[in-house]
Design a protein around this ligand. Sequence first.
Ligand SMILES: Nc1ncnc2c1ncn2[C@@H]1O[C@H](COP(=O)(O)OP(=O)(O)O)[C@@H](O)[C@H]1O
Ligand SMILES: [Mg+2]
Length: 282
Amino acid sequence: MSIIVDHLYYRYDAGTAFEKEALTDINMVINDGEFVGIIGHTGSGKSTLIQHLNGLLKPAAGSIYYNGEDIFDKGYSLKELRRKVGLVFQYPEYQLFESTVINDVKFGPSNLGLSNLEVDLASFDAIKKVGIPDNMIDASPFELSGGEKRKVAIAGILAMKPEVIILDEPTAGLDPKGREDILSILKSLHREMGMTIILVSHSMDEVADVADRLVVMNAGKIVATGAPAEIFKYYDELENIGLSVPQTVYLMNKLKKNGIDVRNGIFNPDDAIREISRVFHI
Ligand SMILES: Nc1ncnc2c1ncn2[C@@H]1O[C@H](COP(=O)(O)OP(=O)(O)O)[C@@H](O)[C@H]1O
Ligand SMILES: [Mg+2]
């Protein structure tokens, strides 16, 4: 058990003429060590939802529990929660402001009351985990490429040694190489360190590749949750809410409809190649 969201509602500009219900009756459990993809069309409520998970937004109704404790109970430390549940905002590069990469990464841990040595160790360790080369640590963050800036922002969160890391569209606007780099960092944090990862995305291909479970949002509600192969069975319904499943799913379905006996549940190109080779003995 890690994060429980219980009947959560949220409104922006409550009590004004602009009041807008952004989340409606959200119920969700994120288990320890899971890699969950939160997917939905723009405006479906993804960013609003994740900002509740570390207490940045307070529900209009409903509760959020972290390891069994209500995070909005009197006396619960939201500061401590934000260390354990790290949030990487969308376009985090706009929040890099220190003169060097290393100082930017140190910013978070140095506010935790650690010794200088502990701050250094945590920061160098985080830099290593995201694959920033040593010769870059004294560079200005502004000299880096888009993908490198994202890595610095992720390292800044990792340096606080969170239990859960939430990333809001971390690959938005990156080229394919930058995108692949970020996803492989997330995979290794999950596989090698057992971190709980929540990845927000509007790309099915992207989350299908890395997440164990998807949470599909539409118009402020969760409309489905399950393993990618389960979710992709509903490609018609997904299209109706502006989401397309990976191209491979369409291809495999087309083959099946034409009488070619390929296995169900294949959604990535490498598996498709293997399966097609098997069926056609090539
Ligand atoms: N700061 C804000 N003020 C008013 N409405 C907002 C604000 N942020 C988001 N919204 C609205 O809340 C809804 C959910 O938005 P958001 O959580 O940003 O969705 P997503 O991250 O899935 O694109 C949208 O209708 C959006 O217009
Ligand atoms: Mg968003």
